[in-house]
Design a protein around this ligand. Structure first.
Ligand SMILES: *Cc1c(COP(=O)(O)O)cnc(C)c1O
Length: 395
């Protein structure tokens, strides 16, 4: 059998390559940080990590992880409900709930699992899930695993959301689900208006805070802080793999009965391993840090404002952003690739995105800011953009 399957795969892979969509991975040979070393020895400034608070190589987190490694060992070798729960897991869940102002939290190996395991245990055929069209792949997959009727509205389009809510009025329960920040544009979901519509049409709300937690809101508590909705959203999901240290791990936090049901029925929780003790311990340390100071969030906000302002002054077309994601619009797909390659030669690591990751004719370079970037590094990035931008006649 394999011979014919191999032929089939080779042909498919060639087609991906011919379409220019084959993904190659750049190999890093240093810790993840604002400045990294890539294979071949070059040092470049990193503007494409989700390392929003610059915590990926934070000394305090590394020390906390090492202490836990010595005291609690390497792995749990179990799912949570058999013998995979340490006090560290319980404490981290409590810290996450405190951070978001929610009642309880359940940990997962990743937010992909949190989203994959949230819908099916809670909703059935008589129910409705109403989802933003730009929601993350893991939400789309999670919804697919659930028997509830699905409705979709265009990104952040509140008129379409209202239409969906009207259509779903005959359903038993309604759940609106949205990303907090959309990763390609950096826009924040209008959760204030979503919340109003949910109240008007009797629905619940779920927000995935993966790109917004630690970033959005004055103290980085996410979109519920931004819109003054702390404690009012039924379900929040998020990741420990972005702003919060960037290692691994996801969570669902919200109403305690919902979390209790997920512990009973959520399949990625019941049938997948616990996160390692060192990751839980570093997570606890991270939330302790967040409780002590908002210095990193403030630095991230200042860095983002500074970068956007300098880029706009230089003549670049920047999408309005409310997060640490800055889309430099180029519109042309080959240009986005060429520009990213030239920027890398200048020591600036960014990625160009084009269809089908973004709509046709909306190619761009996505820049992700971090609290870990110094003012000098930001200036260097802007200077490189200006140099390459002039060469390619973008500005
Ligand atoms: C990154 C991301 C995820 C996946 O998080 P992991 O913990 O890496 O699995 C889920 N949802 C959104 C919106 C994300 O941006």
């Amino acid at each position: 059998m394999y011979e014919s399957f191999q032929k089939y795969l080779s042909k498919e892979l060639d087609e991906i390559k011919n379409a220019g969509l084959y993904k190659d991975e750049r190999v890093i040979t240093s810790p993840q940080s604002a400045a990294i070393t890539v294979k071949g020895g070059n040092e470049v400034l990193n503007f494409c990590a989700n390392n929003y608070l610059g915590l990926s190589d934070n000394k305090r987190l590394i020390e906390a992880a090492k202490r836990a490694l010595d005291r609690r060992g390497f792995g749990m070798s179990s799912v949570r409900f058999i013998c995979g729960t340490q006090d560290l897991h319980k404490e981290l869940e409590k810290k996450i709930a405190e951070f978001f102002g929610t009642e309880d939290t359940i940990l997962y190996a990743a937010c992909f699992d949190a989203n994959g395991g949230v819908f099916e245990p809670l909703l059935g055929e008589q129910d409705a899930i109403i989802s933003d069209s730009l929601n993350h792949a893991s939400i789309i997959d999670g919804v697919r695993l659930c028997k509830a009727q699905r409705y979709r509205y265009a990104n952040a389009d509140m008129a379409e959301l209202e239409e969906c809510l009207k259509k779903a009025q005959d359903k038993r329960f309604r759940l609106i689900v949205t990303d907090g920040v959309f990763s390609m544009d950096g826009n924040v979901a209008p959760v204030d208006r979503i919340y109003e519509l949910a109240a008007k049409y009797n629905a619940m709300v779920m927000v995935d805070e993966s790109h917004s937690a630690g970033v959005v809101g004055q103290t980085g508590r996410g979109v519920t802080e931004l819109y003054n909705l702390r404690g009012k959203i039924e379900i929040i999901t998020g990741t420990l793999g972005k702003a919060f240290g960037g290692a691994i791990g996801g969570f669902t936090t919200g109403r305690k009965e919902i979390i209790a049901m997920l512990r009973q029925r959520s399949r990625p929780y019941l049938f997948s391993n616990s996160i390692p003790p060192m990751v839980a311990a570093a997570g606890i340390e991270m939330f302790n840090m967040m409780a002590q100071t908002n210095e990193l969030q403030e630095r991230l906000h200042r860095n983002t404002e500074y970068f956007v302002e300098k880029m706009q002054q230089s003549g670049f077309d920047i999408k309005p952003t409310q997060s640490a994601i800055c889309a430099v619009m180029l519109y042309d797909a080959p240009l986005s690739q060429k520009m990213a390659a030239k920027l890398l030669e200048e020591g600036i690591y960014v990625v160009g995105f084009y269809y089908p990751v973004v709509p046709k004719g909306e190619a761009r370079i996505r820049v992700q800011l971090s609290a870990g970037h110094t003012r000098e590094q930001l200036d260097k990035a802007v200077a490189a953009f200006v140099k390459v931008g002039r060469e390619l006649k973008v500005i």
